[in-house]
Design a protein around this ligand. Structure first.
Ligand SMILES: [Zn+2]
Ligand SMILES: [Zn+2]
Length: 244
């Protein structure tokens, strides 16, 4: 006799969280293969530091102009997908889904986002001791009920078989959303926003910070700054998407 879940799946076939097509042949999945495959990638060649595109025509250039002018505190940043803000209004696109997730209260979207990370993560387990998500302020966490960066970080930690630490850093200042801010403003906005609550848990450790979307990198760089100040050996960044 089929399990109740199978009967329900038959009566109400699960649908792709992004585009809404039936997922009948893909048990347990929340996003259809077509949506995952349609994700835009960051253009190449990429900056060896921030992972952003190298705008320079000089073939020897390995760092982008921004990283050369303002070297970040983190060692490297890697991302899976390109976040084109104009795609936020395209139904079924990753930016549309992330936006729905960020401003909605639908936690199932978080589990869908995890599937977009694909099979191969652009980071390897041997480089880190611990995975730490970019924290949310408790007020926003209370309002939203979950931290999407923590959902992604939990999956990264699980796949790399590394410990996850969601409380080593906390957000002490309530910052307004980074969207619609200029670069300098973003840096000012996040300055002193984070505090290392458990320095003993990051001291002499190599840390991988995880966030959903990297915009200018000001937020993850500020996290890296406080972690290094607390004694972390090095800090790398992994985000699901990066605005370009
Ligand atoms: Zn789909
Ligand atoms: Zn760069």
């Amino acid at each position: 006799m089929p399990a109740l879940a199978q009967v329900l799946d038959f009566l109400y076939p699960p649908r792709c969280t992004a585009c809404g097509t039936a997922l009948a042949s893909e048990p347990g999945r929340r996003v259809c293969a077509r949506c995952v495959a349609s994700v835009e990638r960051m253009p190449e060649p990429r900056c060896e530091v921030c992972g952003g595109p190298l705008e320079s025509a000089v073939s020897e250039a390995i760092r982008c102009a921004r990283c050369l002018a303002h070297p970040p505190r983190y060692r490297t940043a890697r991302t899976v997908a390109r976040y084109r803000t104009t795609a936020e209004d395209e139904p079924g696109s990753l930016p549309a889904l992330i936006r729905r997730h960020k401003y909605g209260l639908d936690q199932s979207v978080g589990r869908a986002l995890v599937e977009y990370m694909g099979d191969e993560l652009p980071v390897s387990a041997g480089d880190y001791d611990v995975v730490i998500p970019v924290p949310l302020h408790w007020r926003r966490l209370w309002w939203r009920g979950f931290n999407q960066a923590a959902l992604l970080a939990a999956e990264v930690a699980r796949r790399l078989d590394l410990p996850l630490d969601t409380t080593a850093i906390s957000r002490k200042r309530f910052t307004t959303p980074q969207t619609a801010r200029h670069h300098d403003e973003r840096i000012r906005n996040v300055r002193r926003a984070f505090t290392v609550t458990h320095p003993e848990r990051v001291r002499n450790r190599s840390v991988l910070i995880v966030d959903d979307v990297m915009t200018t990198g000001a937020t993850v760089d500020e996290c890296a700054r406080v972690l290094i100040a607390a004694g972390a050996i090095c800090v790398d960044v992994f985000t699901l998407a990066r605005v370009l």
